[in-house]
Design a protein. Structure first.
Length: 134
């Protein structure tokens, strides 16, 4: 389980929680697999107020639209351009950040740095959140 946590994530989540930020985890995949992975990630449990296991029938964007509103400041951080575009379609008020972990060798997307900023690690995510919050 712990091997699925990238460097800096726990420290970043601690910082966000210390600032009173509410955190929700949206994970897509077969529920049995995702729930099993989540059970193995005990170190992350204290930081998230709610966890959504998204599978067929809903998308991350639909959950954002259902669970948030335009009067809230919401950041959606994901590594998938498809999910970021989905969130733009269903919840345009949400601020998106694409996290491009170097370990995952992700390809650039035409929308990178146009429809959302990109970050290569959690420290950069925190800087973007701070910059977008001001």
């Amino acid at each position: 389980g712990q091997r699925h946590i990238f460097p800096g994530v726990v420290n970043g989540l601690q910082k966000l929680r210390a600032e009173g930020i509410t955190l929700h985890l949206l994970t897509f995949g077969l529920p049995k697999y995702q729930q099993g992975k989540w059970i193995g990630l005990q170190a992350l449990h204290p930081y998230f107020d709610q966890t959504y296991f998204v599978h067929q029938g809903d998308s991350k964007g639909q959950i954002l639209a259902r669970e948030t509103s335009s009067d809230q400041q919401i950041f959606f951080i994901d590594d998938s351009p498809a999910w970021l575009l989905d969130s733009l379609n269903f919840a345009p008020w949400v601020q998106r950040i694409r996290l491009m972990w170097p370990q995952c060798q992700q390809n650039a997307h035409p929308a990178d740095n146009k429809l959302w900023p990109t970050a290569k690690d959690f420290k950069e995510v925190l800087m973007l959140i701070d910059w977008k919050s001001n």
